[in-house]
Write a protein that binds this ligand. Sequence first.
Ligand SMILES: Nc1ncnc2c1ncn2[C@@H]1O[C@H](COP(=O)(O)OS(=O)(=O)O)[C@@H](OP(=O)(O)O)[C@H]1O
Ligand SMILES: Nc1ncnc2c1ncn2[C@@H]1O[C@H](COP(=O)(O)OP(=O)(O)O)[C@@H](O)[C@H]1O
Length: 282
Amino acid sequence: MVPINTVRPLISCSSSSSGFDTGPSAPVPKVGFVKLPRSNGGNHARLSFVQATEESTVATTNGRVAAVSGENAHQMATNGKAGNIVWHKSSVDKVHRQELLQQKGCVIWITGLSGSGKSTLACALCHALYSKGKLTYILDGDNVRHGLNRDLTFKAEDRAENIRRIGEVAKLFVDAGVICIVSVISPYRRDRDACRALVPDGDFIEVFMDVPIEICEARDPKGLYKLARAGKIKGFTGIDDPYEPPLNCELALPPKGNSCASPCEMAETVISYLEEKGYLHA
Ligand SMILES: Nc1ncnc2c1ncn2[C@@H]1O[C@H](COP(=O)(O)OS(=O)(=O)O)[C@@H](OP(=O)(O)O)[C@H]1O
Ligand SMILES: Nc1ncnc2c1ncn2[C@@H]1O[C@H](COP(=O)(O)OP(=O)(O)O)[C@@H](O)[C@H]1O
């Protein structure tokens, strides 16, 4: 048993069935890392360096899935236009990363109108989880549209592509063992459901900011509702573009009377859910 932070595994990943590389001059037994019991009181995950029992799975696709099983089957099945793509498997996988982080990867998908408090909740949640030693990453609509999605408008098909890309990135974070907090309007149910389908059951936690448009419009921190009402922005969600509220979300956060719970209280509600479902432990 070796602590991962002091002995680095000499691994080169392989897409073939040849197992793992143990370094330049080593004899090349098939070796890998298995079972990661928690170290006593420490933060370091521990790896057991053993003979590999499982080899990489190979499949050619040509648009079809061939002889793949388990999680990889899911990943191969989402392969797009390119054919002959082989899933490249690493000996350090999601289970190892989760053990390292002492948490489980998941997506907290915060949906709601502009001004409903998505970004505020995302930040409060990120902060509260950070205080508990949990690793999160926020994918905020406004921010992602500055880079990855800078080519997209607010037409329905561009919103769908925006959400699809964000869903794919979130899926990578889940595989990394990270708690990925997504704060995007994501107005279409179908697009949100498609993102839900990308990750294992239970790992997509949809949080609905159930705030009436009157409250959002009264807040209007960016002045966008005012511009939309004046006809200076066309296709603004909730004004002249649709928003489809979730039908079966994990959490809905409505206002109590005329006021909303504080961002910290909302964050605690989400954290209680994560705790109850076991996401804050490996
Ligand atoms: N036409 C239109 N409709 C809605 N929102 C608009 C529009 N134009 C610009 N904005 C600003 O873009 C932010 C929403 O981006 P998203 O990527 O979350 O939108 S979407 O999920 O693709 O619908 C949104 O940010 P939030 O206010 O944080 O929701 C707005 O500031
Ligand atoms: N729980 C809350 N109670 C009161 N005001 C809030 C709350 N959450 C957010 N706000 C305020 O509402 C405005 C919009 O919040 P924001 O997080 O930017 O919404 P969104 O990301 O959905 O557009 C901001 O001015 C913010 O300070």
